[in-house]
Design a protein around this ligand. Structure first.
Ligand SMILES: Cc1cc2nc3c(=O)[nH]c(=O)nc-3n(C[C@H](O)[C@H](O)[C@H](O)COP(=O)(O)OP(=O)(O)OC[C@H]3O[C@@H](n4cnc5c(N)ncnc54)[C@H](O)[C@@H]3O)c2cc1C
Length: 459
């Protein structure tokens, strides 16, 4: 074997890091990589998940772009694996494939009323405010009182964007329609619910602290949530992150409140039980149960029920992966079953209980490999592990009938697929920057898919 022709599906950080690591790895063969994404622009959740008012994290795009710009990776945007290109196609053109398709939809929360009108998933809202082309352009921001369920960073992103005054987002790259929608929002109160206590939250200190800096927003914390047990006190003493979170929250307990036009309430030991119907099939309230520590790091319900009026609810209880045609899928965890990135399937000869065997030539990395937890940086170590196996498995790679690089473009052209490439991304990037410049902003994102494709393919 003198050359590895590799397809990577998913141009988010996991896919791009995998390409980078492979190109830099010690190996005794040449590599040629094609990177596919169903979106016309690369970078996955860094472009379409990370909040627009987090420019430092958005800036990771610059490092990812440097990888693509090196010139030895071909990008095919606007190509969806499963419809535009299939596993059989990949086997005919490549020696192996790495799936890095991430996780884009909301995990379920099974409580009564969650299906009412006015109940949303955080992922949908994030996709709207980050200008994802496949989501509606308008968002119903009519509620004065809103609940956000969850105690992770995504819950804080959603709460912050809901509570923040739209004008304070103008410095960011938010699309015009998002600015317009948020500007009209009548919201006064955002209530964040976590069923555990302040020392068990999943958000990070930086994200928490940021809430306290929002202009004209009072942060409301409640003394009853700070009656710590031994386990909570030990967590504060033994974990630096918990220590800082506790300190920030306690500073807020001392702050004067009452002046701001909007409030962001943090309710701990509060387990949502039901979304209450307003009588017309819409969200009218949230019923939650007060919990107490169970002495083992968890919580138990006390039976004390409370209710707050709300007109919208967002569940931020985690993201979930989606199955890919022809590829095994773990329905419970929302990931591709794998052993350190080597994709596993049931051995068809071993009956219904079948042992897992390696699916040769197929690898996974990033959130679709490990589940939707962890920061962008974690996808790098993921990719290292996966790439190490890919290199070591060279004896089991596929033997493609059409390994020539042109055969892939011919295939896509023959199917009439309007793919975008790296030059196309440069065109779109420049276009967005110049839209921003003429409006006195750094960037204005193009949202409609056809417009993204037209701009990308325009030169
Ligand atoms: C709301 C939110 C905020 C976050 N904020 C931060 C933060 O501030 N800091 C931080 O470090 N991390 C943050 N993260 C986490 C970070 O985004 C992830 O760790 C990272 O994006 C996971 O990378 P990935 O490449 O596995 O998946 P993704 O980034 O989701 O990329 C997957 C790519 O695969 C493509 N794809 C999917 N299906 C197909 C298909 N069938 N065919 C072709 N292409 C396909 C998608 O279009 C996408 O481009 C945040 C996550 C979310 C959800």
């Amino acid at each position: 074997m003198t050359k590895l022709r590799l397809a990577i599906v998913g141009a988010g950080p996991a896919g791009i890091y995998a390409a980078d690591i492979l190109l830099k790895a010690e190996r005794n063969f040449d590599v040629s990589i094609d990177l596919f994404d169903h979106l016309p622009a690369p970078y996955g959740l860094v472009r379409y998940g990370v909040a627009p008012d987090h420019p430092r994290i958005k800036g990771i795009i610059n490092a990812l772009r440097d990888v693509l710009d090196r010139g030895d990776i071909r990008l095919f945007g606007n190509v969806r694996y499963g419809t535009d290109i299939t596993l059989d196609d990949l086997k005919q053109h490549y020696n192996a494939v790495i799936f890095a398709t991430g996780a884009v939809r909301d995990a379920d929360l099974n409580i009564p009323g969650i299906e009412l009108e006015g109940s949303y998933g955080a992922a949908e809202f994030v996709s709207w405010f980050d200008g994802h082309p496949d989501f509606p352009r308008t968002w119903p921001l009519e509620a004065k009182q809103v609940a956000v369920i969850g105690n992770g960073n995504v819950a804080l992103d959603v709460s912050r964007i809901l509570a923040k005054h739209a004008d304070d987002l103008l410095v960011t790259e938010i699309p015009d329609n998002v600015y317009g929608g948020l500007k009209e929002s009548p919201v006064t109160d955002v209530h964040v619910f976590g069923r555990r206590g302040p020392t068990s939250v999943k958000f990070t200190p930086l994200e928490l602290r940021e809430l306290g800096e929002l202009r004209d927003v009072d942060i409301m914390v409640y003394d009853e949530d700070f009656d710590y047990d031994d386990a909570a006190r030990a967590a504060v003493a033994g974990n630096k992150q918990v220590f800082v979170i506790d300190k920030v929250l306690n500073q807020w307990r001392q702050r004067e409140v009452g002046e701001a036009s909007r409030r962001l309430h943090l309710h701990f030991f509060a387990k949502p039980i039901e979304i209450v119907d307003d009588g017309a099939g819409r969200v009218g309230g949230i019923r939650y149960e007060r919990t107490v520590p169970d002495g083992e790091g968890g919580v138990v319900g006390t039976g004390e029920m409370r209710e707050l009026p709300i007109q919208a609810v967002y569940r931020a209880v985690g993201y979930f992966g989606s199955p890919l045609p022809g590829i095994p899928f773990d329905k419970k965890r929302g990931v591709i079953p794998n052993r350190e990135g080597q994709v596993l399937r049931k051995d068809p000869s071993s009956g219904s209980g079948g042992a897992n065997e390696q699916m040769y030539g197929v690898y996974a990395t990033g959130w679709i490999k490990r589940g939707p937890v962890g920061l962008i940086g974690h996808t790098k170590s993921d990719a290292m592990e996966t790439v190490r196996h890919l290199i070591n498995d060279s004896g089991n790679w596929w033997h493609p009938e059409h390994p020539a690089e042109e055969s892939v473009t011919e295939l896509l052209d023959s199917r009439g697929i309007h793919y975008t490439d790296l030059n196309g991304w440069h065109n779109l990037d420049q276009h967005e920057l110049s839209l921003g410049e003429s409006a006195g902003r750094t960037r204005i994102k193009v949202v409609p898919r056809d417009e993204m494709v037209t701009v990308s393919r325009s030169k």
